[in-house]
Design a binder for this molecule. Sequence first.
Ligand SMILES: Nc1ncnc2c1ncn2[C@@H]1O[C@H](COP(=O)(O)OP(=O)(O)OP(=O)(O)O)[C@@H](O)[C@H]1O
Ligand SMILES: [Mg+2]
Length: 268
Amino acid sequence: MDGSHMNGNGASAPFYLAQGDECSLFEAAYDNNLPLLLKGPTGCGKTRFVAHMAARLGRPLYTVACHDDLTAADLVGRYLLKGGETVWVDGPLTRAVREGAICYLDEVVEARKDVTVVLHPLTDDRRILPIDRTGEELEATPGFMLVASYNPGYQNILKTLKPSTRQRFLSLEFGFPAPAHEVEIVASESGLSVERVKPLVRLAGKLRDLKGQDIEEGVSTRLIVYAATLIAKGMPVERAIRTAMIEPLTDEEDVKRGLTDLVTAVFG
Ligand SMILES: Nc1ncnc2c1ncn2[C@@H]1O[C@H](COP(=O)(O)OP(=O)(O)OP(=O)(O)O)[C@@H](O)[C@H]1O
Ligand SMILES: [Mg+2]
C-alpha cells in the first residue's frame, strides 16, 4: 500500500503506512466533528499519522508540545506589546479554531488541569472557544479538529487525563507496526534495502520483548530508522546499532551487555 496521498492543494502528504483502519477512523472523526486521542509508545508513528492525515484532508496543522509550564494563554493567546501598542495575539489553538485547522496537542497529559479545561467547550457539541481576556466566544470554523496524543507507558499513575477530559475524545491505540510493515517503513524512510532492514526489525522485536524487565520502553520505529539511515550512509552495522538501538535504551552497563548479546544472536 502506498501511504502518500495528494491533498486539495496538490501537495503530497508525508509517507505514512497504515497499520489498520486508523485512516478511515480519523476521517470519520473529522467528518463528524469529534476530537481524537492517540495513545501509544514513543516513536511508533503518531505524529507522522497526524501530519499525513492533515495533508490528506487539506487542513493546516498546528502542533503544540505540551509540558507542565504550558499555560492556557500559550494555547489561546495573549496581549503583547508591539511598538508601544498592546495587541492581541492568537495562540495556536485559537488560530486553528478560526481557520478550521487541525490542532494537535502532543503529550497532552503533561499539560496542567487548567489547560485541559480550556478544551472542554471545544470538545463537546458546542464547539466553542471562550476567550476570557477579550470577551470573545469563537465558534469553531468547519474543518477544525482537535487531536491529542500521549504515551500511557512511562508516566506515573497520577499523570493521566481526568475522566471528564478523556471521555470527550474518541481514542485510538497505537502499537509498533507489524514486522512486515515495519520493514517497509524503515526501508522507505532510510533508503536501506529491504533485505538489510529485515534483521534490524528482527532485533527490534527481541529488544521489545525485554520491555518492563531490563528496559523501560521497547526500541521505537524511529530508532530503527536512525540505525538504518546510518547504515545506508556507510556506517558499520555494529556501530550504527550500538549508537541508535542500544545506547538510547539504557545507561546500565550490564543491561547493555545483555542487549549486545541479542545483536550477536541476530547478526551472528
Ligand atoms: N506507519 C508509519 N509510516 C511511516 N513512517 C512511520 C510510521 N511509523 C513510524 N514511522 C517512522 O517513525 C518515525 C517516528 O514516528 P513519530 O515521530 O510519528 O512517532 P510518535 O509516535 O509521534 O513518537 P513520540 O511519542 O515520541 O512523539 C517517523 O519519523 C517515521 O520515520
Ligand atoms: Mg510525536
